[in-house]
Ligand binder design. Sequence first.
Ligand code: ZN
Length: 425
Amino acid sequence: MGSYTGYRCVRCGTDYPPGLMFTGCPRCRTDGHPANLEVVIDLDRARASFDPGRLASRPTSMWRYHELLPVDPDAAVTMGEGMTPLVPLPRLGRELGLPNLHAKVEGGNPSWSFKDRLASSAVSVARAMGSRVITGSSSGNAGAATAAYSARAGLPCVMFTTQQFPAAMRVGMAVYGTLLVAMPTIADRWTMVQAGVERLGWFPATIFMVPLVGSNPHGIEGYKTIAFELVEQLGRVPDHVVFPVGAGDAFAGAWKGFREYHELGVTDRLPTMLAAEVFGPLQAALEAGAEDVGKVPWGPTPAISVGLDTSAYQALAVLRASGGAAGSASDDAILAIQQRLAATEGIYAEASSVLSLAALAGMVERGVLDPDATIVAVLTSSGLKDPDTTLAQLPAIPLGEPDLDAVLGLLRDTYGAELPGPVPA
Ligand SMILES: [Zn+2]
């Protein structure tokens, strides 16, 4: 099983042996402070064959870093996930006063979101451990990714979902032959995953424990590759990395990746991790100096993938360890920057994804980050996952007639567009 040697609690540091452990640290749960476990990688074993200077000849997927992942590459369930583009955002960056702003565009993954990293790692481990059924709870990207990788592994996938969510998300789960079941409430979904895990030995790929601890530690390992790729693509450690954060799986995973690279001596510094959240549970916990993340008031949001009323200890721990900060943004700001990103840089990302950019503006105002720093915003998913939210913001398409002068008039009247004439001969 690769370089994986067991688990360690992200809160109390207790070590546990390898096995099927998906409900967080037993000791911290008993103490009333539920916290996730993380996978322990034998870095000495990894060091023996992993040479970051010789990555160019390896597959262009996240498995190019296989020594630092929980299974060997011949056991990987893979279809080229990872190695997504790192794109400078010069025009939007200028508008935001952030001249060194970059986007990690995760919509380029096989099921069009960053969750493919989690699913590829988790389902690979499930198959290697001999698990026979994959399960999860999702109405979105995690469900699609888990469904896709279960299909690729040839394993049945039971996915608990809700009754109402975007059609694109529904198609994105159902098309893979997933065994979808709608539950009356979000909490019911989690209860059913837990029942499947405990009674039937199903392998969970998403969050399900209440209070939240985060997803399966083997899935979170996949997110480390975001950190490895950023170092490889940028040629250095970015100063700040901002993620949209719900339970903080990718946030914790990327941070673990930066830590492991640092420990291996590949890099000599660590980034500051910034959390973009909708309702602010992490910011509230930071301001209160709280030991755990509590609940905050909650409501509808266009950022459906991260619209939770709480987060998990694993995310709070990353903020504290990296000297980071949390910030949020209004619905209007999220929807506005989604269109600005598309119109100025050509990138259409899900509303939940662009929360990372929208929250940066507020963090600059609060003075929690250096505007000249090298900042990477992780755009977690394609905008096509939820086009109806965007469509409601866009102007109606005017009906023209087949006459070019009339069309030019229509462009002027509808869009205020004054187009340049032909290039002089
Ligand atoms: Zn613990």
